[in-house]
Design a protein around this ligand. Structure first.
Ligand SMILES: Nc1ncnc2c1ncn2[C@@H]1O[C@H](COP(=O)(O)OP(=O)(O)O)[C@@H](O)[C@H]1O
Ligand SMILES: [Mg+2]
Length: 379
């Protein structure tokens, strides 16, 4: 179980800054001073009265009054001591016990029982806090188990996708190359229709190869725990542009960029991220020559990147759908593709602890935004 460090307690304000015990000491000192003053005044006055030589009757009354006052003072003293003991043992000590127990729980020992048996109010409070603790802990355990189960089944799925796509490659390669050989070797002996069938078969096999390669890339993110380090995102962008140089040149596209910061991540995956987004920006172009801008700004302890283009844009209602695997908005003969690019991008960004989304306010064209963690200690 993960344990968060115990945050410092909130500082009390105003008169509440003084702990209850100190309030009692203060009041106790005041009561003691009053008590001593009372005793001194009574003694002084009775000495003065005796010095006046009162009649025997009056002297008898005075000594009875003295005795009564001594009894009253003794009672007050006894009550005071009783009060101090009560507050000390019935209130302050149980509060201390409860505080220590709560501190233990807050410090990470979530199975520690919270219980004080007196006074009644604190006993009730502690039992409520304890049942709250027990319920939160059991809900948390269920959530942890479910997360663990989810992680496990996700891992299995990824493993399955990887093995399936990896093992499918070989027979597929065979199908594609032998159909091609069939065409080359026996092409002249076949009629037009047979050649068309072979062409469809080759085309299908090639498309499947593309799909399988993309699927492999997709299943590799996170499964192959790519190394994380300080990556210059500008260098990742350079590499992506290099890989896309032919595409960019063909489309007469212009790619501009802000100065890009270092981030904490995996260089290969960040290159894939830039490459897929820029490839889309160039592919889904409008009539005008494509213009793509890669921007960056700071957002708290993350960098927020953007890739905006002047292409055909995405209708806001498809803003979520385009990130699903194999989901495309256009027929393949108009804009070729497998529909994995954005799903892969989102997976890469999420694997890095960020988020990727389509900016609805992008104006013309499409703007994708994503966040990536700053290099530790920065900012
Ligand atoms: N820059 C963009 N401009 C317009 N539409 C886009 C852009 N990027 C992605 N899309 C839409 O999102 C869909 C999914 O993109 P993606 O997953 O990369 O698949 P693919 O590029 O193979 O079609 C695309 O088919 C397209 O409809
Ligand atoms: Mg794409």
């Amino acid at each position: 179980m993960s344990i968060h460090p115990l945050p410092p307690p909130k500082a009390p304000t105003g008169l509440g800054r003084l702990p209850v015990a100190q309030w009692f000491v203060l009041l106790g000192v005041l009561a003691a001073v009053t008590f001593v003053a009372g005793v001194v005044i009574v003694l002084t006055m009775s000495t003065q009265a005796a010095a006046l030589n009162p009649s025997p009757d009056l002297a008898a009354h005075l000594s009875r009054l003295n005795a009564a006052l001594i009894v009253v003072f003794a009672l007050l003293l006894g009550l005071g001591v009783g009060l101090v003991a009560t507050v000390r043992y019935a209130v302050l000590k149980p509060i201390d016990q409860l505080t220590a127990q709560v501190r233990t729980v807050a410090g990470g020992d979530f199975d520690h029982d919270l219980h004080v048996d007196r006074p009644a109010e604190l006993a009730e409070l502690s039992s409520h806090i304890d049942s709250m603790r027990a319920r939160i802990v059991s809900a948390w355990r269920v959530a942890t188990d479910q997360a663990e189960e989810l992680r496990r089944s996700n891992g299995e799925l990824e493993q399955f996708a990887y093995v399936a796509s990896h093992d499918l490659q070989e027979p597929l390669r065979k199908v594609a190359s032998f159909t091609q050989m069939l065409e080359q070797r026996y092409g002249p002996q076949l009629d037009e229709r047979a050649r068309q069938y072979i062409h469809f078969a080759v085309d299908g096999a090639k498309r499947m190869q593309l799909l399988i390669n993309d699927l492999l890339d997709f299943s590799r993110v996170g499964r192959v725990t790519g190394e994380r380090s300080v990556v210059d995102s500008g260098a990742a962008l350079d590499r992506a542009l290099e890989n896309l140089s032919a595409t960019i040149e063909d489309a007469e596209a212009t790619v501009t960029r802000d100065e890009l910061p270092p981030v904490s991540g995996n260089e290969l995956q960040l290159t894939q991220l830039f490459q897929n987004l820029i490839e889309n920006a160039v592919k889904f172009r409008s009539e005008a020559p494509p213009r793509v801008h890669i921007g960056v700004r700071r957002d708290g302890d993350m960098w927020e990147f953007s890739c905006s283009d002047n292409g055909i844009g995405v209708e806001p209602k498809y803003a979520d759908r385009i990130f699903l695997i194999f989901q495309r908005l256009h027929p393949r003969d108009v804009y070729p593709g497998t529909g994995i690019g954005l799903a892969l991008c989102r997976k890469i960004v999420e694997y890095h602890g960020g988020q990727l989304w389509l900016d609805g306010e992008g104006g013309d064209g499409a703007t994708f935004r994503w966040t990536l963690p700053m290099v530790g200690g920065e900012g």
